[in-house]
Design a protein around this ligand. Sequence first.
Ligand code: PML
Length: 256
Amino acid sequence: MEWFSVRMRAAAGGSHEQGGSHISGGERLVPVDAVESMVQSLVRRAMTHELGRPDFVNVTVEVVPAEAVRSLPALPISKREAESVEQGHAVAVEILGELGISREVAELAVCSIAEGPAPNGGAMRGAIVMDADTGQRLESDSARGVRVAKIDWHPEELQAWYEDVRSIGIASERIAEALALATKVTHTPGTVAELCWSDDPGYVSGYVASAELGYVRIPILKEWGSPLGGRVFFVRGISSVEDYEEALQAPVLLRR
Ligand code: PML
């Protein structure tokens, strides 16, 4: 069976390559009969995003042979409490500390996302790659960052996961996508942890993910209405960012 990678990028003020600002994106891996509806749903996401109407939308569809696809079990999900942005940031720093990342490096990562990590002070298209020991940013293009591609749930497994988590109120497409991405990132050799919160002005939650502690949700990491969000991948011992990004592009389907 073949799979198809469907990717969407939307920007305003020209394409990303021409310096347009990132508005939204999506990475899915679907069977052939779902390609058309997935293209439609990602274009709908781009055209109805809270940050406004894009003037550039790029959709790529690419075949992926079944034998190239690896299956991974989803990270376990837990939650820590926070009632304000400050508390949320402190909780994130604390969890990163449990994973061996110093307070200085963890705070630097939090500030990088909170202050707008792209050169124009906005959100990046991809993720920051940060040395887990020194805090140095390693990505070569600080507007683009590194991207994770070819990632999704196995369709039947996603339906079963929705059933499992419906009673705890987290059966959303956004959380399913974030969990898939975090699972792939934390299984990629060299990753120590991921810190993420959304750049959607209408969504303030985020998480710290790691192979050791799983996907730990934090209810508030930014103020309502803020378009500043993003991801930091903390790494240790990678040979190069290029090789690391290549590993993040290997096709993966998630199971429960
Ligand atoms: C995003 O929307 O860009 C990422 C979502 C992160 C948080 C998902 C969650 O609530 O667990």
